[in-house]
Design a protein around this ligand. Sequence first.
Ligand SMILES: [Fe+2]
Length: 320
Amino acid sequence: MSEARLGLPNLGFGVGLRTAHYPHILKHKPDVDWFEIISENYMDSGGRPRHVLEQIVEQYKVVMHGVSLSIGSTDPLNFEYLAKLKTLAEWTQAVWISDHVCWTGVNGLNGHDLLPLPYNEETLQHAVSRIKVVQDFLERPLVLENPSTYVTFTDSTMSEWDFVTRMAEESDCGLLLDVNNVYVSCFNHDLDPEDFIRSLPHERIVQFHLAGHTDCGTHIIDTHDNFVVDKVWDLYRLAHKLTGGVSTLLEWDAQIPDFDVVHGEVLKARDLVRDGSTVLPKTAGNVGDDVLADHGESFHEVSRSRAIPQPAVFVAAEVE
Ligand SMILES: [Fe+2]
């Protein structure tokens, strides 16, 4: 790789574009560094979403974030989907295209969930070969995000961070580090989130995600419906230090508050790293602060011997 971050710029502090905020954004034109759009929401649609996006891309830099690539699936790659992705990227002048290290379906069915992969040599080579094809087709680097997970596999032979590192280096792709997902997955599988972040190839991380979650006591669900908790801010500060700082985006997908509240949350990240502040952002309204402390010492102590979590420590998300 000739340039750090695959030659991709640091866009600053952005917000995930959500329908609920369309009127506010169009009326007030808030001073936001950039927006991340969910690719699938605009690939097939004309009408209002497309009309709004036209106005957004005239004024803001945009990054595309997909949820249907299914890079780990055994189904053939969907070139019709990829063609639509490429067309949308050209139209929006997307600075990059991202998706997830996951599979979303098989036999032509899309389960609309970001399902985890077994972390072993076979799935690694499968993913690497498909990423190369996708990047050749899109004529740009792909940026892939670590998912939040609730199960592990007996077939895993390596840690998630080793899998992700080798995947990125062997396919020459970029990484989207979702700091909250690291926290959620590590809590659910008794792993150390700092080890996770320290072990990644930092020069390949081109973007961070931040979000809130729901602490269910025995496990955490990645609900994107609240403020970022203090322990995730701690991890963000570590990730910022290790990478030197990359584009940062706030995701809020349920119980979405006013735009200014969402924007204000990502500006906490800006203030946190700009000042080198050691004081955590005020997280009024949080549920789940100090989750690590609440769960005692076992989180870190147990994790050191469990880089490859086994099903004995499975955590199943509640289904409502
Ligand atoms: Fe994310």
